[in-house]
Design a protein around this ligand. Sequence first.
Ligand code: NAD
Length: 490
Amino acid sequence: MNPKETLTEVYGNYVGNQRKTASSQATFDDEDPARKGSVLASFQASSPRDITDAVDAAAEAFLHWRRTPVDERQHLGSRFVQLVRQRQEDLAVIVSRENGKTLREARAEVQSAVTEGTYHVYQASRFVGHTLPAGTQGCTGWVQYHPVGVVGVISPWNFPVNVMCRKTLPALMTGNTVVFKPATFTPWSAIFMAQLFEEAGFPAGVFNCITGLGSSVGNALVDDPRVRAISFTGSTDVGKKIQERVARNLTRTQLELGGKNALVVMHDADLNAAVDAAMTAGFACAGQWCTSTSRILLQKQIHDRFLDMLAARCERMIVGDPLDENITMGPVAGPDQYESICTAIHRAKAEGARLVTGGAATGELGERGYFIRPTVFADVSPEMSIFREEIFGPVLAISPVDSLDQALRLANESRYALSSAIFTRDIDAAHKYIGEIDAGLAHVNIHTGFKLPALPFGGWKESGFGLPENGQTGLEFFVDRKAVYIKSSA
Ligand code: NAD
């Protein structure tokens, strides 16, 4: 398979290391967002019955996988990560073609999946419990970890490789088996990685992949009582629906959800660095990171200067075909995404925000694909929807502030609390910000998207629920704890 060619291939689901046709016999097409109406390949439009078959396979495989020694699991995990690294270019082209991010961004995503995957595989042997101090109450005791069983992983389209690895590898390394449901915009990278799991030598049924709509196969995965944990990344609305449904079976959840991340720039900040941060986290992957900066709160003294610098940088960005190495921003991921961003832009204008630069691409580019230019709105007030609602596109909302207190109040005036950043040279201001910002990630002089695998990655408020991904909690989510007590009969 050459990912650069246009394909007409029909890909099957992956169950028990076999390619399966959906019981509905129906398929859906994967569109390249840089070429409206194109078909990259077709994938199974699966039904709940296919989820049942995949859970059957995963439940059967769990019986032996749970007993497989951790070093053997790690050996297979390392082989998988190595294959992802070896196939980096193929995977990057696939991600770029089905998601629309530039090749450079897609390569960075695969590299990040390798870094995080390596961390999780390595961590599995360091994941040790606690023991009682010797002789407590005359007994010995410790905490023993057990895999929960079959795990459902549901991922979004914005990081189809990285999010999948960040969830699936800790689940597998701790002894669980997985049924994976990718987003409908990005099934190709999912099926490609399913092949890599098989190539790495994972036994049949340990990793399974079913493509199809969230409203049918997603629901079926969430509803199956044999699925003991759901790790989901996606929108807050869908996360809430999942949380309602799992209540029936008391299935545990790890929900990584939406954001409305604020960047605060104080009067004493290094403005070049702050503008760089706004450009990176505002427009990388066309503003479709969950940790993208979407609100910028500027202290009044530097407001106009920052805005001029930002607008000039936006106008220099080259929007176009993501496979072209000279392009700095690709299209957004698909038609629904494009419509919802355009609606948000129209609403912002109607509510009185000032469009500084950007908007939907017009002319030949606009006709060819789902392209939106880097967009900046100024004079945004807190009651406007552009200040409050997640847009998930290349759109920045700028508001002036008098003080750090006001910046904190406005930044925290949100139902979301995922990521945040402040640019300042004042150590006291930085500490106050870290202490008082509502967010799962707080950055000082670093953009809102920065993260490392050893620290937890998750949001507060309506940005997340359950134990965060990455770090120690990234493994803890996938285990049950057993308190063991032993008293010698002697
Ligand atoms: P989405 O919620 O529409 O879909 C996410 C996944 O859920 C897809 O696989 C989809 O098919 C599936 N799904 C849809 N309805 C379902 C249902 N009823 N039951 C089960 N599964 C269902 O999100 P999206 O559009 O793919 O991704 C964008 C969203 O994801 C944004 O809100 C973004 O902020 C969020 N996101 C969050 C993080 C994070 O770590 N916090 C990371 C990436 C993306």
